[in-house]
Design a protein around this ligand. Sequence first.
Ligand code: ADP
Ligand code: MG
Length: 682
Amino acid sequence: MNHPVDIASQPPAAPAATAKKLDKLGIRRRFDLVLHLPLRYEDETHLYPIAQAPYGQAVLVEGEVTKCEVQFRPRRQLVAQIEDKSGKLVLRFIHFYPNTQQALAVGSRVRALGEIRRGFFGDEMVHPKLRAVREGEALADSLTPVYPTVNGLTQPVLRRLIHAELKALPLAETLPDELRRSLGLMPFADAVQLLHHPGPEYSATQLTDGNLPAWQRLKFDELLAQQLSMRLAYRARREGTAPVISGDGSLRSRLAANLPFALTGAQQKVLAEITADLALPHPMNRLLQGDVGSGKTIVAAMSALAAIEAGFQVALMAPTEILAEQHYLKLSAWLAPLGISVAWLSGSLRKKARGEMAASIASGEARLAVGTHALFQDDVSFERLGLVIVDEQHRFGVGQRLALQQKGAEPHQLMMSATPIPRTLAMSFYADLDVSVIDELPPGRTPIVTKLISAERRDAVVSYVNKTCGEGNQVYWVCPLIEESEALQLQTAVDTHVVLQQDLPQWRIGLVHGRMKAAEKAAVMAQFAAGELHLLVATTVIEVGVDVPNASLMVIEHAERMGLAQLHQLRGRVGRGAAKSTCVLLFETPLSELAKARLKVIYENTDGFEIARQDLNIRGPGEFLGARQSGLPMLRFADLEADIELLEAARQLAPQLLQRWPQHAHAHLVRWLAGREHFLKA
Ligand code: ADP
Ligand code: MG
């Protein structure tokens, strides 16, 4: 590339106040203005006589103001009337400024752009876009772009800034010509010019169609930048150094001999992938995916032992106290018989206990430390940390993971997730990781039967709970998620506990919710796990990781309020033992169409990946990425479902470009991601 990138990287030439607003839009460099593309287009190329203007679409009309007044009923509003030769039209403004009123002074001539509706007092336009004009003033000859903006930054200002940069900046091509042609993509400069300045031959529908070649080019470029940066991050990691960890297998075989089950083929396969990574001299960054109940914990334990055998320490971090505690109990039960000391660290430990734990981690006495994010606070240091395992990784922010990583000189990292990531997402947002998938459930599970039951039939459900407890199995009763108010959610759980206790006096019923102290929660969970409680009333705190194989029934209230991934996670708490398990989804009527569609998905599917795929269709990618999205450049133009072919093409092109045209690759990255690359290292 001969073009200097420096001009394009300069901050936009705008007064400080404007620059601040541009910054909110993510526009920090002059070139960002070029990449700030229209949301939609307005048609000001055609003037309709008022009486002939069609309904149901935005139209431009022009007339003389014949009336203008502020009315106070039913609420304060500005009502004006314009007239042309063909007819009259009311213009109504609920929000208005003095300058709107000035522009509508009786006798002035205005153009109004908006949709005409039949109002009570005749045809009207509500909040039209308004412009004072001279009679006979020329119309626009092409559609007018409308840009995403923030309060106080008007379209004309934004348009002027963008158009100035389109003229001033070199819109250099970042793809080698032969590649661009073979991919059937239009030149970059043509694409941005067209989208910012469409020719008169384009209609608004054409211009907002994602299949328009100009959009295809921009989407491709965006996806390519993402793929390039992921590959670079991947490469950088492979160039880093980490301890070579290769244990003799002695601890692992002793644990295996103590287990009441044999590892499944899928568990053995992922374990082999992990241990092979650990034995390499650069940091592992592997995502272990497995549906709920697929048995990730034992894989984590075996991986930890591989590191411990070789003389390293291991940290296992979980997102909630309940989950961390469960892991601690399970792992100590497995590891203590092998003579391995496991430390427990959480935010709720008293100062003295915490000090002792931290000391045993620092001295190296504890070979495994299990805990919440308390593990990476400043007062915790490891003697020789070799492996970090993060459970439910999507719940942690990039920063938190980085902090733990920095505790060891680049330890290996294993992240575990039960939220199945659809293939398209994995390909784009997780392309810098290696992924292992446990694609088989342990044997002997009976499939969970899901029932959808209206809340009106709660009594029948309560008798079913009674019957289940009578058969010696345990039950979860999950209270609704109340997003608006945590206090209300808590209250609901407390009330439900009271009511169920009255309905089912013969059974012991526990309660666990997010506001309880960690130790109290842990005590209740331990009682439930030990079978001392028959029924556990819980808020969604039990969503992740809890493992009580004797629980065979789960009742979820207000299931229609929960996300599909969440329902799938919750449901995965049962069906872990040999007993036939049931999940009852109680819903309130009437159900919206969307709620019906979602419940149908969870009713018909038990495979987490399929649920995730359908969920992605319904909700978009945000939820899956969790904290990851805050660190990664999100896609503005491309759509992961609709543009899967472009994504695939970008994925294939990225390594070629880096290999054979490194300068092009560099220029492309600078153009799209300048200043944001550092996030990718996380
Ligand atoms: P998750 O992947 O959801 O974290 P867990 O690790 O909690 O799943 O495992 C779920 C249950 O399956 C646990 O009770 C665990 O002991 C059991 N389990 C794991 N692996 C096997 C196996 N190979 N055979 C039988 N049971 C297993
Ligand atoms: Mg788990």
